[in-house]
Design a protein around this ligand. Sequence first.
Ligand code: CA
Length: 225
Amino acid sequence: MRLLLVEDDTMIGEAVRDVLRAEHFAVDWVRDGEMADTTLLSETYDLVLLDLGLPRLDGVEVLRRLRARRNATPVLIVTARDAVQDRVAGLDAGADDYVLKPYDLDELLARIRALIRRSQGQADSVRELHGLRLNPITREALRLGADGKTTESIQLSAREWAVLEVLMARPGVVYSRSQLEDKLYGWKDEVSSNAVEVFIHGLRKKLGSTVIETVRGLGYTIPAP
Ligand code: CA
């Protein structure tokens, strides 16, 4: 999953970015409102973490422009402005949720997961498909036995997990190699040209060769059940 972090405070930005990366999110970080607006014109994210007090362009204006373009990316406002009218302005401008600074990082992560889940139309965070169960909170991948009760843990690398999470979130949707790269990497990450193929290969060895299908010339998918 790929997140845009909009935060002008260097210390907060670094702390949040590091926590998100530790949770295997790909994170791009911009420090002013103009840059956020420009970035959101060209890039696609699973969620935007948006500070309100920003240089060059206020966070609420960034949000208003995003929604005016009919862009429905989930936006979580993170702000030190605790006046009721500021929160109302943010929600009215199209924010999905807000957190007040200073906040607890675990709560921030829980809200991020909840918003991403909701945007994918899922009430439950655990995903089950083709005899696999994925728990994004514990980061556990399990293979379900034929009786539906016994389970066997599957050890995945962080990137393998990330690929599987993207594919399982939208069964039947075909992702091209570059779309998967976008989900897995931020701007500054080095991407080797066959990275996605390597992760798919690793996943097939661990999950069996039939779970992830190659759609020739288009990309990869996990078929809908
Ligand atoms: Ca700020």
